[in-house]
Design a binder for this molecule. Sequence first.
Ligand code: F6R
Length: 261
Amino acid sequence: MEVVVVPSRDEVGPVVAAAVVALFQSKSKPVLGLATGSSPLPVYEELIRLHRADVWGVGQGVCFLLDEYLGLVPEHPGLYRAYIREVLTDRVGLPTQHLFGPEVHREDLTRACRDYEQEIRAYGGVDLQILGIGSDGHIGFNEPMSSLASRTRIKTLTEQTRLDNARFFGGDLDAVPRHVITQGIGTILEAEHLVLVATGQGKADCVAKALEGPVSAMVPASVLQFHPHVTVVLDEPAACKLALREYHKYTFEHKPSWQGL
Ligand code: F6R
């Protein structure tokens, strides 16, 4: 696992976007996994900038969402599909048919979950998966005690996660769905490269538990310790509780320039 600590949120975007650009340069049909929420926004802002500067384009790339809310009408702006279109994919010209997410409006949701897994496989799996981390240690919407081998399925959100996400629903906790479909932890672990982004002091505890604590279903993100290619990009406040913070900075400062993330 590589941990990159940058001074502030502003430096997060260029570091992760460079890895996305490198992927799109190295593969004709790259598969990018997208997280929603606030953490990846600096990355998406940088990708939009690179797109406008003609440095990066979506080409034949496809994108898969990690998760989606259940119980919202198809035109609801709070749906993650609508959110990602607004903050990234429409802005960089990704055709809507190249954006995939769990099909939460189908009648047979068990089938929809199975089909989503199949769709990811049909595209050869996710090359680079961007992840955020919940304050309770979740990745995707795999809340504490999710099976570390879980596949795409319906989950119930914790009250903490609903509270954290109420800001996307005008601060109205009652408007935040209780259920979601999320890629499982086993599904996420199949991506080639996992890139977790966390910013702000509010993430310092869960980041320290996930990176330096024991691997436990109580902290789902701790399972990243088992993955062969993980990059964690943190700003200083999010890294402030890491015992090895200075070592990570030293390592990154002395990283050979030819070596990407
Ligand atoms: C959303 C997702 C979640 C978020 C997490 C952190 O697609 O996968 O795991 O990444 O809830 O959310 P923010 O970034 O808003 O703090």
